[in-house]
Design a protein around this ligand. Structure first.
Ligand code: SAH
Ligand code: SF4
Length: 357
């Protein structure tokens, strides 16, 4: 019987599991205290839990579903971890130092089936979804690393923007959010967590209904269907009109602001006309929509795309501002260490494939 990660259970799931197996409810609080406050990494360290219960936990659960394969540190303090999963697959997790705290970017799938034309993660089709435990463990591994450095630093923010489409692994993502937000666990505030989707419309409705207070970001990347379909083939299934309706529903239901991500690709979607078209498209959501302009991180396999010039970025930004649209140009982190999503992983995969040949 293969064991499940102990980090994959929400507090309620662990409580029910313990009750079903004849143990007292309060054991769940004890286990969580060891996991998330004292942050031990073996069951044997949980000294206030009786032997019988520990043995049972050990039989069914494990701590380690990922091991560190590579760690790259950038001059700006960004650290990129490449983890190896138990089945040998590689995933990426990134720790970024922000003005407001320490933010971690997590991966939700091995590869991605959405296959956006500019993205390194989509180069390899999805091998499988990550379990909730494997997603939580990415945060724990980074937190344990910070603990080992000994400065008392804490992961304070999470972005679900690593490899994969989180809304294509919805249930595990929701459990992950639940575990991260729990006051008895790491207690990371919902407003400090952002999930990014390429726009799986039906899941946006589901997410809105959860009323979770977690921030939502949508990868829009183009102001019209013709262009968006060219860049992101998912636009065929979920065109802009349907996406905008879902966004309206989300805003109405949650009264939360929404982030619209827009990668700037040189001479593809970065002209002043595109900015004007975008401003028009979201004019009715001006108060609650924020545009995040993302300078493109070139991916060698997608040589048809280049980063926009500084002038083009500036003009795009100014044009949106003049139209009353809230927008920022996203700060970059770790550009010297394979920063673009999935880049480090795809490099390693290529090395491996070469070795096989
Ligand atoms: N699948 C989700 C979340 C992961 S990608 C999504 O697509 O939203 C997170 C963000 O990084 C997305 O906005 C994505 O478009 C962007 N991204 C992907 N490749 C990039 C690259 N090479 N340079 C800059 N941003 C990139
Ligand atoms: Fe998948 Fe997001 Fe990359 Fe598109 S941008 S291929 S959805 S990870």
């Amino acid at each position: 019987m293969s064991k499940q990660s102990i980090y994959g259970l929400t507090f309620e799931q662990l409580t029910s599991w313990l009750l079903e197996h004849g143990h007292k409810k309060f054991r769940a609080s004890q286990v969580w205290d060891w996991l998330y406050q004292k942050r031990v990494t073996t069951f044997s360290e949980m000294t206030n839990i009786n032997k019988e219960c520990l043995q049972l936990l050990e039989e069914h659960f494990e701590f380690q579903t990922l091991t560190e394969h590579i760690k790259q540190e950038s001059a700006d303090g960004t650290i990129k971890f490449l983890f190896k999963l138990n089945d040998g697959n590689l995933i990426e997790t990134v720790l970024m130092r922000q003005k407001y705290g320490l933010s971690v970017c997590v991966t939700t799938q091995v590869g991605c089936n959405i296959g956006c034309s500019f993205c390194a993660s989509g180069l390899l089709t999805k091998d499988r979804d990550l379990s909730s435990g494997e997603i939580v463990e990415q945060i724990m591994k980074v937190q344990l690393y910070l603990d080992s450095v000994g400065k008392g630093e804490r992961v304070s923010h999470i972005v679900i923007m690593g490899i994969g489409e989180p809304f294509d692994n919805f249930e595990n993502m929701v459990d992950f959010l639940d575990i991260m937000k729990d006051q008895k666990g790491l207690a990371i505030g919902a407003r400090h967590i952002t999930v990014s989707t390429s726009g799986l419309v039906n899941k946006i409705y589901e997410f809105a209904d959860l009323q979770s207070q977690v921030n939502l970001a949508i990868s829009l990347h183009a102001p019209n269907d013709e262009l968006r379909t060219r860049i992101m083939k998912i636009n065929r299934a979920y065109p802009i009109k349907k996406l905008m309706e879902a966004i309206d529903y989300y805003i109405e239901k949650t009264n939360r602001r929404i982030t619209l991500e827009y990668i700037l690709l040189k001479d593809v979607n970065d002209h002043k006309e595109h900015a004007l078209e975008l401003a028009e498209l979201i004019a009715d959501k001006r108060k609650l929509a924020y545009v995040n302009l993302i300078p493109y991180n070139p991916v060698s396999e997608h040589s048809q795309y280049q980063r926009s010039t500084k002038e083009a970025i500036r003009t795009f930004y100014d044009t949106l501002k003049k139209k009353g649209i809230n927008c920022v140009v996203r700060m970059e982190h770790g550009t010297d260490i394979d920063a673009a999503c999935g880049q480090l992983r795809s490099k390693q995969m290529k090395k491996k494939q070469k070795q096989k040949v």
